[in-house]
Design a protein around this ligand. Structure first.
Ligand SMILES: [Zn+2]
Length: 192
């Protein structure tokens, strides 16, 4: 795997080590090791961002939290320990972490976003009703696109497009929680 400048979900370019680590396909969420403060500082600075205590707090939270919180949810949690932090600072921290390859931004169709500090390749499940995003405990298939369409990579390359990765997200909803509309739209928890 080459280093990727462009983030594709679940890949942290500058931090390797999490890839292809599962043997059985069984894997516990958050199985990656979070970077320590010094490594975090290095990763941020290597990408041209400053290390700050607030950014470290946001990163720590993202690494610990189960699920994929929105910026607002990160803010509500982190402010418990860092009362002085603002929502704007959280947004900036998430931008820094994302740009540094330390977190992935998972965008929804409605423009909302969730964040993920997990650095290994993995797939997601999205509940269209609640907007919740879960990790799927399914082995990652690096050459899935080639299997899907063997000529596609080359065809796109011919157009000057270099594939750096792919994302796979299963969408739907849990039975018993059927949405009222037959074609549910993504929606997130509203900001408080
Ligand atoms: Zn994830």
């Amino acid at each position: 795997m080459s280093r990727l400048r462009t983030m594709f979900h679940s890949v942290a370019a500058s931090v390797s080590g999490g890839l292809e680590t599962r043997n059985s396909g069984l894997r516990v969420s958050m199985s990656f090791a979070a970077l320590d403060d010094q490594a975090l500082r290095q990763a941020l600075e290597a990408a041209g961002w400053k290390y700050t205590r607030q950014r470290a707090a946001v990163y720590d939270h993202l690494c610990r939290v189960h699920g994929h919180p929105t910026a607002e949810e990160v803010y509500q949690s982190v402010r418990v320990d860092v009362p002085a932090i603002s929502l704007a600072t959280v947004y900036k921290a998430l931008e820094a972490l994302t740009a540094s390859g330390l977190a992935a931004k998972i965008a929804a169709a409605d423009g909302s976003a969730r964040y993920d500090a997990r650095r290994d390749h993995h797939y997601h499940l999205r509940d269209l009703r609640s907007g919740a995003v879960e990790d799927l405990e399914t082995p990652f298939v690096p050459d899935l696109i080639d299997r899907l369409d063997p000529g596609l990579s080359q065809q796109l390359q011919g157009r000057g497009f270099k594939i750096t990765g792919y994302r796979l997200e299963l969408v739907g909803y849990f039975e018993g929680q059927t949405p009222q509309s037959p074609e549910p739209e993504d929606h997130e928890h509203d900001s408080a």
